[in-house]
Write a protein that binds this ligand. Structure first.
Ligand SMILES: CC(C)(COP(=O)(O)OP(=O)(O)OC[C@H]1O[C@@H](n2cnc3c(N)ncnc32)[C@H](O)[C@@H]1OP(=O)(O)O)[C@@H](O)C(=O)NCCC(=O)NCCS
Length: 330
């Protein structure tokens, strides 16, 4: 007796991307009501001018559904051929049930496998790595990866170290089979020794006692140092394992945590001047897991990046965790 193994497509690629930005525009001046800061300081130290937060009738579910619906429509793939849904989030209110099964149901995806992953700002790249493997091993014909975040709901408006950093939003991609490779090997990992660099102000027990929802806290300098050293090396490895030289790269979409981090990564990687670099942080802030697909959609929609171009994506955040890969843009 032998147990059959599944066989899948020779390669996988991203077929489409969609995104959703919420309606409320929050500029730096607004936040300076709550923290001792200034538009000038925030702009100079991070690059952020404004971010979008959820307003009336918007929540993580509505944003995720909008992004996913757009990605599915653009892919042209019928709902019954999407076999798995992976949702990357750290701001879904429920530890259980996961958000993915509900979204799969609301999107009419039948009995697609559906689960959430918690890998903070690296969540999209973690999900993409899983989707690529599922398609190539034949465990799923197509996979919908959704990254949805409403970080405004876990932001302490009075915390001078984080209040100005985050925005809400969602992004989604459909991953499917391909005759040529569109998703390079993932470079991913974790550095749990630094778990205390980004934290939740209290666990659920503490939240019950305090009668207050937990918020995000962060040692900004520690994360900054880690990102500009560890992540710079990981980004270079993404290119190496994909067999791509900096000259062959068209687009760079790093996690939008701080423009100064992006500048350091650019210097380290020695990317040519003509590489298009995502800077959505300026008007969207840091959207945690949703950052990379939102930036990808924004660059493609504006025409700054083109379908078929080669892009390096890399996310990093609470854990600390990171993941990145070289991809062909949908
Ligand atoms: C958060 C962050 C913007 C802070 O910038 P920074 O340059 O490290 O700021 P520092 O904490 O060193 O403080 C520098 C000075 O600015 C002041 N400062 C700190 N926060 C301030 C604020 N919100 N407004 C005005 N001044 C501020 C400090 O008091 C300090 O003043 P001093 O020099 O007179 O002592 C930066 O550390 C960062 O972006 N870190 C990474 C964040 C990140 O990647 N997160 C990932 C999450 S996924």
């Amino acid at each position: 007796m032998s147990i059959k193994a599944s066989t899948g497509a020779p390669f996988a690629r991203i077929l489409s991307v969609g995104s959703a930005t919420p309606s409320r525009v929050i500029d730096n001046e607004y936040l300076c009501q709550f923290i001792d800061s200034s538009d000038e300081w925030i702009t100079q130290r991070t690059g952020i001018k404004e971010r979008r937060w959820i307003g009336e009738g918007e929540n993580i579910e509505t944003l995720s559904l909008t992004a996913a619906t757009s990605a599915i429509e653009r892919s042209g793939i019928p709902a019954d051929q999407i076999d798995a849904v992976i949702v990357a989030t750290i701001s879904h209110y429920h530890q259980t049930p996961a958000l993915a099964p509900k979204l799969a149901y609301l999107l009419g995806l039948g009995d697609a496998a559906a689960y959430d992953i918690s890998a903070a700002c690296a969540g999209f790249c973690y999900g993409l790595a899983q989707a690529e493997s599922l398609v190539r091993t034949g465990q799923a014909r197509h996979v919908l990866v959704i990254a949805g975040e409403t970080i405004s709901e876990i932001t302490d408006l009075t915390d001078r170290g984080t209040a100005f950093l985050f925005g809400d939003g969602a992004g989604a991609v459909v991953v499917g089979p391909s005759q040529t490779n569109g998703i390079g090997p993932v470079v991913w990992g974790s550095d749990g020794a630094q778990a205390s660099s980004i934290w939740q102000t209290r666990d659920w027990h503490g939240a019950v006692e305090a009668g207050e929802f937990p918020k995000l806290g962060m040692d900004g300098q520690a994360v900054f140092k880690w990102a500009t050293s560890y992540i710079a090396r990981a980004a270079r490895r993404c290119l190496e394992v994909a067999g791509i030289t900096p000259d062959e790269l068209d687009v760079f979409i790093p996690h939008q945590a701080n423009n100064r981090i992006t500048d350091t990564l650019l210097r380290y990687l020695k990317l040519p001047e003509n590489v298009v670099v995502a800077r959505t942080i300026t008007h969207l802030g840091n959207n945690s897991a949703a950052t990379i697909p939102m930036a990808m959609d924004a660059l493609l929609t504006s025409g700054e990046a083109k379908s078929g171009q080669t892009a390096l994506i890399i996310g990093f955040g609470a854990g600390l965790v990171y993941a990145g890969q070289v991809i062909t843009l949908p």
